[in-house]
Design a protein. Structure first.
Length: 104
């Protein structure tokens, strides 16, 4: 006995409802053929397309830019930490002033 189709049951994580999808054997063959064709097409394009080479001067320039950006990020991280400390001290001072105002 040949299978005429399949039932695919899908349950969403956000919905308690079940969705039942019927896939015929012809539709399954078409889907499989489309996936195989897409994979082969991608492989052929990867083989045909030219591979771009980055010359050494551009590679050195990009490496220098990356290094400069890393240093800049590190400096910004230190500045943010310093500002967070200053804000914390200001909040502590503000709390002391509020406490003094409430006790008087």
């Amino acid at each position: 006995m040949k299978t005429t189709g399949w039932n695919l049951i899908v349950q969403s994580p956000h919905s308690p409802r079940l969705q039942k999808i019927r896939i015929s054997s012809k539709a399954a063959r078409i889907l499989i053929a489309a996936v195989v064709f897409a994979c082969l097409f991608t492989a052929v394009l990867a083989l045909i397309s030219p591979h771009f080479r980055v010359n050494d001067s551009d590679r050195a320039r990009l490496a220098a830019e990356n290094q400069m950006l890393k240093v800049e990020n590190t400096n910004l991280t230190f500045k943010i930490r310093r500002l967070d400390d200053q804000v914390g001290r200001m909040e502590e001072g503000s709390q002391r002033v509020v406490t003094l105002m409430q006790t008087e």
